[in-house]
Design a protein around this ligand. Structure first.
Ligand SMILES: NC(=O)c1ccc[n+]([C@@H]2O[C@H](COP(=O)([O-])OP(=O)(O)OC[C@H]3O[C@@H](n4cnc5c(N)ncnc54)[C@H](OP(=O)(O)O)[C@@H]3O)[C@@H](O)[C@H]2O)c1
Length: 442
């Protein structure tokens, strides 16, 4: 595709951008605006100009060109500046980001943010303020970095009956699990490699324990189902207890282990309910999510009319995330010229189904005494709690005997009660990993 001649539709007045934060994402955005400015002006009719940039340190080298006087440490002054038309928030965290965004909206300025933590905890407050003021609040970059998923959920699928969304939305954990699967490394070795490559923080808790994916799941569920879900509603388990033996068992069953964010819309006794959880899951090798390797992200959407969709790409990194911010920026600038704004479509508070009442098939590994009657005693415990076994295999003999099984779809509470009773059986040494199975529900 050839781009239109520059300056074809170049407007007289640039849209002046106030940038809050110039780290990984902010600096990438500055570079992208510089290289893409002419093409964007030609294609969209908006001329973007970054006029003010707020940071903490005025001396740090950011590797980007900024005119003298553009940098400041006073973020509030950037928001209030009459020379700023649109505000981009890429500072991160709750405060001062929340207050700065609310101030920008109150001043009638559209806001673009990449801040998942803030949106997952205070999204409704920000969305209500933006709707009331009639300005854009756009946040494509907040979920899965460079992958367009927010706009498809908000706009393209606005009329669709979305029933389930499953995502690999954390690149760090996907990288670790890929290494464990493909190289046979332990969790600790794979984490150390992720840290040395800059994919994982020195304190990896937010990624490996599922908090980061949980915040993204809350945002996805809110938009997919048009109902408000916050980070605290999301049940989460991380990957730090996944062992090489689990990975090997999954492979022998033609599955791979992925950290998934799962958002489901279900019918409850009093109407629609939403189930949102993040946990390691066994995914059949033929499922499209199983082929998402390394630090890539993907979001798999299931809808009644549209069927299955998958969005795939780079879920983090300065340039991919900056690209998503830039798309929002162009949109907001175009809307500003037209005097229009997008609607967010976050409805009232969701009825959340507690984790105990959620259902899925489960994989279990049980270390047992290798003697006659063991299987019968185990099967009796499952039967007592109404959990039916779909497949069962014995690995090893003698002291190393292990039973590996997959259940049919079962309630979490029933499965937990089963496990508690299994632990009391004299024939059971240990109940090892319990991993939910996805994509083979029955
Ligand atoms: N990095 C990614 O791949 C990615 C992907 C998706 C979403 N995001 C989101 O994007 C946001 C930014 O992430 P990032 O990786 O770019 O973070 P970062 O590299 O830590 O950059 C943060 C920037 O904010 C500035 N800052 C911090 N506190 C400030 C304050 N009170 N006033 C003014 N400036 C302040 C910092 O200034 P100094 O430079 O002077 O310290 C820095 O430039 C976060 O919400 C993050 O969750 C990031």
């Amino acid at each position: 595709v050839t781009e239109p001649e520059p300056s074809a539709a170049r407007p007289a007045a640039p849209v002046r951008v106030g940038l809050l934060g110039c780290g990984n994402v902010g600096a990438a955005l500055v570079g992208l605006v510089e290289t893409r400015r002419e093409a964007i002006a030609a294609r969209s009719g908006v001329d973007l100009e970054i006029t003010r940039v707020a940071v903490r340190s005025l001396t740090r080298d950011r590797g980007v060109k900024l005119a003298d006087g553009v940098l400041t440490t006073d973020a509030a002054a950037v928001v209030a500046d009459p020379e700023v038309d649109v505000v981009v928030e890429v500072i991160g965290g709750i405060e001062p980001a929340r207050e700065l965004i609310l101030d920008a909206i109150a001043a009638g300025k559209p806001v673009i943010t990449a801040n998942k933590e803030l949106l997952a905890n205070h999204g409704a407050e920000l969305a209500a303020a933006a709707d009331e003021k009639g300005v854009d609040l756009l946040f494509e970059a907040a979920v899965a970095g460079g992958i367009p998923i927010i706009r498809p959920l908000r706009e393209s699928l606005a009329g669709e009956d979305v029933t389930r969304v499953m995502g690999i939305v954390n690149g760090t954990t996907n990288f670790i699990l890929t290494r464990m699967t493909e190289e046979g490394t332990t969790y600790a070795e794979a984490l150390a490699e992720a840290q040395s490559l800059g994919y994982a923080e020195r304190d990896p808790t937010a990624d490996v324990e599922g908090y980061d994916a949980g915040a993204k799941a809350a945002i996805i569920a809110s938009l997919a189902f048009g109902t408000r879900v916050v980070a605290g509603d999301v049940y989460h388990e991380g990957i730090s207890s996944i062992t090489a033996a689990d990975i090997a068992s999954a492979a022998s069953l033609d599955h791979v282990i992925k950290l998934l964010a799962v958002c489901e819309r279900l019918e409850g006794p009093d109407g629609a309910e939403v189930a949102v959880r993040v946990h390691p899951a066994m995914v059949p090798v033929q499922h499209p999510l199983a082929g998402v390797r390394e630090s890539f992200n993907a979001v798999f959407v299931e809808g009644t009319a549209v069927g299955d969709l998958m969005f795939y790409g780079r879920g983090a990194g300065g340039d991919p995330t900056g690209s998503a911010v830039l798309g929002d920026l162009v949109d907001a600038a175009v809307n500003l010229h037209k005097g229009a704004h997008a609607t967010i479509g976050m409805g009232g508070r969701a009825q959340i189904r507690p984790i105990d009442d959620q259902q899925s098939p489960f994989y279990l590994s049980i270390d047992v005494v290798d003697r006659p009657g063991v299987l019968r005693s185990i099967a009796e415990v499952f039967e007592r709690h109404g959990v039916s076994i779909r497949s069962l295999e014995q690995e090893g003999i003698g002291d190393a005997a292990r039973i590996v099984m997959i259940t049919h779809r079962a309630r979490e509470a029933d499965l937990q009660a089963t496990v508690t009773d299994l632990r009391d059986l004299p024939t059971v040494h240990r109940v090892g990993s319990i991993i939910r199975v996805v994509g083979a529900e029955g």
